[in-house]
Ligand binder design. Structure first.
Ligand code: CP3
Length: 378
């Protein structure tokens, strides 16, 4: 499939405008991990097909990407391509399996730095190894028919390195941390190699049709401030800079999500991303004060509020949207991915409430603006 056929015109560019810092008529909304495990139509697809088979088959990835867009018709302002952060370790030569009910499993993880030459490809041809993601993006962009923008993504280098060493999820990340403390030089080499793949992969995703990009540093908060500054931040910064340099005038807005790294919010707002995604440990007003309008903020309701019943959801959305404001530099989202057992109705209420409160707050904000203009003139 080629990206040369023109894409359908975009009918809803709210999220792109919010990311660029333009005023919006209401806060756009989407939800991390919105396509997938909590949706009955996705679970039905998974009975038929292995997780990575869905990722690798553009028709299936397109179908699953569109599932939440169709189900919550008109309520979502963005789609995110169905894939996984772990396609990069696969492209680098590692085997990753998705064990139902358990999560990712690397049968042969990186145990010691001396194994890098044997377990990782010297050169990764992104256009060969990950062409299936580019094809899925191009096909999805056509299938979306301009309803909402399509977000591409990668896992950040530290998070991917940690998976490659731990071999799956971990409570302590003690193996990956042993690397950074005992083998800092080899750790930086690995982080650099992953960064190179991330950059090329993101550039390819935009050329294939992605209209916005997100970098997931899901395990950022496992590092303290000092180690985050050594082993995460420089690579996140490189990614933004190099992707933008490669794309030039074709560059698209980029979001960084470093979960748990509350201490790094100011730094994250100064390294070249248009948007910083926040987990629920941030207070909206404080986060806005710290970042001083330099970036658009995205987030940040605790995904577990979706288990709290209607009243709790409405109250939390009210607090969130009123805290961040609705028409300037804000994208509503959860503070992390939606969880697998959330009822679909709770997600619907979340989205509808963001719309309702967003419009109310927007009306209040425009009144305040008119009043202040009158004051200036008067
Ligand atoms: O709408 C979407 O966001 C779908 C695309 C998407 C998936 N994974 C699909 C998926 C995205 C953006 C991701 C990102 C991802 N993958 C992250 C970063 C976001 C985060 O939550 O911090 C991480 C850490 C992973 C790694 C990963 N993939 C884990 C830990 C797991 C198992 C637990 C889980 O989340 O279900 C996966 C599997 C996975 N990725 C599923 C889906 C739909 C479920 C797999 C299945 O169907 O068996």
């Amino acid at each position: 499939m080629s990206a040369t056929k023109p894409f359908p015109p975009l009918k809803n560019d709210l999220i792109l405008r919010a990311a660029r810092g333009e005023k919006t008529e209401r806060a756009p909304v989407w939800v991390m991990r919105q396509a997938g495990r909590y949706l009955p139509e996705f679970r039905a697809e998974r009975v038929e097909n292995d997780f990575f088979k869905i990722c690798r088959t553009p028709e299936l990835a397109t179908k699953v990407t569109l599932q939440p867009i169709d189900r919550y018709d008109g309520l979502l302002d963005a789609s995110i391509i169905f894939s996984d952060i772990l396609v990069i370790p696969q492209a680098m030569g590692m085997t990753v399996e998705m064990v139902p009910g358990k999560g990712p499993h690397f049968p042969d993880p990186l145990v010691h730095p001396s194994e890098m030459p044997a377990k990782l490809k010297e050169k990764v041809d992104v256009y060969q190894e990950l062409q299936y993601v580019f094809d899925a993006i191009t096909m999805t962009r056509h299938a979306l028919d301009g309803r909402v923008p399509l977000i591409g993504f990668v896992g950040a280098p530290w998070t991917l390195m940690a998976y490659m060493i731990e071999g799956g999820g971990s409570k302590t990340l003690s193996k990956a941390k042993e690397w950074i403390f005992k083998h800092p030089k080899a750790s930086h080499e690995l982080l650099n190699r992953i960064t190179d793949v991330c950059v090329e992969f993101l550039v390819g995703q935009v050329r294939a049709g992605a209209q916005m990009l997100q970098v997931f540093e899901s395990w950022g908060g496992e590092l303290g401030p000092h180690d985050f500054e050594q082993f995460s931040l420089p690579y996140l910064a490189q990614i933004a800079k190099r992707v933008k340099a490669a794309l030039g005038s074709e560059a698209v807005p980029m979001t960084v999500f470093a979960k748990g790294s509350w201490y790094a919010l100011e730094q994250l707002s100064e390294i070249g991303y248009e948007t910083v995604s926040l987990d629920w440990t941030h207070d909206p007003v404080q986060a806005k004060a710290l970042t001083k309008g330099r970036v658009t903020l995205q987030g940040n309701m605790d995904p577990n509020v979706l288990y709290g019943g209607d009243e709790a959801i409405v109250a939390a959305v009210e607090r969130m949207v009123r805290g961040f404001g609705s028409t300037g530099r804000y994208i509503a989202n959860l503070g992390h991915g939606i969880l697998p057992t959330v009822p679909v109705e709770a997600m619907e209420l979340f989205l509808k409430t963001v719309h309702r409160v967003g419009l109310e707050v927007a009306a209040e904000e425009s009144k305040i603006e008119i009043a202040s203009n009158v004051n200036i003139i008067g």
